[in-house]
Design a protein around this ligand. Structure first.
Ligand code: UDX
Length: 466
């Protein structure tokens, strides 16, 4: 089939290449000529594992091309996928839909053959209906243009796999023709048995908002438990394992730490709240405000912990931050918790050096005040505190003995609860993490004995038998 994919960011570029991979004839469209030139030559404008291979294969097959010309796109596509960004509107929590609107405004007047416009971006519920009215106004008389919504659930770092082998495909359509067209687009996935849910556009749009709201809630839930653990000396990692064994709860997305960031979850829960308020059901999702607040608080709790560990004043203290991206296996620093902590430590006077395997360049571009170490050991040289804030596997494989030799003080905050704490402690490091107790001064045997003793006393006491 002839497809266009409009917007070639993390979502669109991967979607375009993967659609070519499964046999479609794809035209990728973007307003940024530099990005288009890079993609056309097989140079990914961002870091995403496996993407360069699939892009190169698609270009070599002749089934993928790129352009900046929306008129060329209008003439090419039987199906047009809208994959542009829907960032947070400045000064508001709502989504900024200007890029989606601009695509429709640019495309619709040039559509002459029957076609299907399919939104993939995360949008407020009701967007398909609004855009359908806009298309009806702008398209030439007689043009048969249908609209559908087909939310994308890919995760950065797994984008290629998530696109080729998704957990599920959800389409929101208003008629049989659109349903049939989308089934043809995704025929290989359907044949592979991927769950395929067909619904109306409102539900499809809401599915995406609800999925991201649920994931964000799960993370903030475990981070709230981490705060309670800190107040009691309990261990949030064990707690997560223990509740995660309940299949109704599940262990995924229960990793306590610095919380969620990136270009999706934070802005999507805010946009969802704003839309619910417009619809008069603000109170129903008011808890998402708390989800957001708990999430932001993990950043300030981490900065406060760093301050406490360094004696209350960060001025002039040498601090190394490991990780700048919002998650590993991505170079994306949008709303990155790690970067936010680095910036705040710097603002409070610390001499901060940042290291990230892929995101250092984007981090410094966004925050020129930060310095990056050329390599990991250089970044840690002379540090009085190391903060591990994005869980790249390269940090998990670090030799804590070797690192202890280059720092000034072997003091670590593991903001992602992902390093082997015992090994680090054995190498002489003092390790702190949110929601994790300091190791007991006595061996587990002694602690166990004491617990048994306490239980005996309790059972023997008159109050217990009353
Ligand atoms: C998310 C959704 O997962 C995806 O379905 C949607 O399409 C886009 O938004 P992504 O932003 O790529 O994907 O990242 P994700 O893997 O969901 O992680 C989001 C953030 O949550 C990261 O900052 C991550 O570090 C954090 N996180 C994740 C936790 O803090 N704890 C966890 O247990 C899991």
């Amino acid at each position: 089939m002839r497809l266009t994919v409009i917007g070639t960011g993390y979502l669109g570029a991967v979607h375009a290449a993967c659609m070519a991979e499964i046999g479609h004839d794809v035209l990728g469209v973007d307003v940024d000529p530099e990005k288009v030139a890079d993609l056309a030559e097989g140079r990914p404008p961002f870091y995403e594992p496996g993407f360069e291979d699939v892009l190169t294969r698609a270009l070599d097959s002749g089934r993928l091309r790129f352009t900046t010309d929306l008129r060329e796109a209008a003439a090419h596509g039987e199906v047009h996928f809208i994959c542009v960004g829907t960032p947070q509107r400045a000064g508001s929590r709502a989504a900024d839909l200007r890029y989606v609107d601009a695509v429709v405004d640019g495309l619709a007047p040039n559509l002459s053959a029957p076609c299907l416009l399919v939104g993939k971006s995360t949008v407020p519920v009701g967007t398909t209906a609004r855009l359908a009215a806009r298309v009806a106004r702008l398209a030439p008389p007689g043009a048969r243009v249908e609209l559908a919504w087909n939310p994308e659930f890919l995760r950065e770092g797994f984008a290629v796999d998530d696109t080729l082998r998704p957990d599920r495909i959800v389409t929101g359509v208003t008629g049989k023709a659109a349903d049939e067209t989308l089934r043809r687009v995704y025929a290989p996935m359907l044949a592979a048995g991927v769950p395929y849910l067909v619904t109306d556009p409102n539900t499809a749009e809401l599915v995406k908002s609800a999925a991201n709201a649920f994931l964000a809630t799960k993370i903030s839930f475990i981070n709230a438990m981490a705060e309670v653990c800190d107040a009691t000396g309990a261990d949030v990692a064990t707690l997560a394992d223990a509740i995660g064994h309940d299949t109704r709860i599940g262990r995924q997305f229960l990793n306590a730490g610095l919380g969620f960031g990136g270009g999706c979850l934070p802005k999507d829960i805010r946009a969802f709240t704003a839309r619910a308020q417009e619809l008069g059901v603000g109170p129903a999702v008011a808890f998402l405000g708390q989800v957001d607040e708990i999430n932001q608080r993990q950043r300030s709790r981490t900065v406060a912990l760093a301050g406490r560990l360094l004696g209350g004043d960060l001025t002039g203290r040498r601090v190394t931050v490991l990780g700048a991206t919002f998650k590993p296996n991505s170079d994306d620093v949008r709303d990155s918790p790690a970067l936010a902590v680095a910036v705040e430590l710097h603002r409070q006077g610390a001499r901060v050096r940042v290291h990230d395997p892929e995101g250092a360049a984007k981090a410094v571009l966004a925050h020129p005040e930060l310095r990056c170490g050329a390599d990991l050991l250089t970044a840690c040289q002379g540090a009085e505190l190391v903060l591990h804030l994005t869980e790249w596997s390269e940090y998990r494989e670090l030799d804590p003995v070797k690192l202890a030799r280059v720092v000034r003080t072997p003091l670590l905050i593991d903001g992602r609860n992902a390093l082997p704490h015992d090994a680090w402690r054995a190498a002489g490091w003092t390790v702190k993490a949110l929601g994790r107790p300091a190791p007991p001064p006595e061996g587990p045997g002694q602690a166990g004995d004491r617990a048994v003793e306490a239980l005996r006393t309790l059972i023997a006491s008159p109050a217990a038998s009353a």
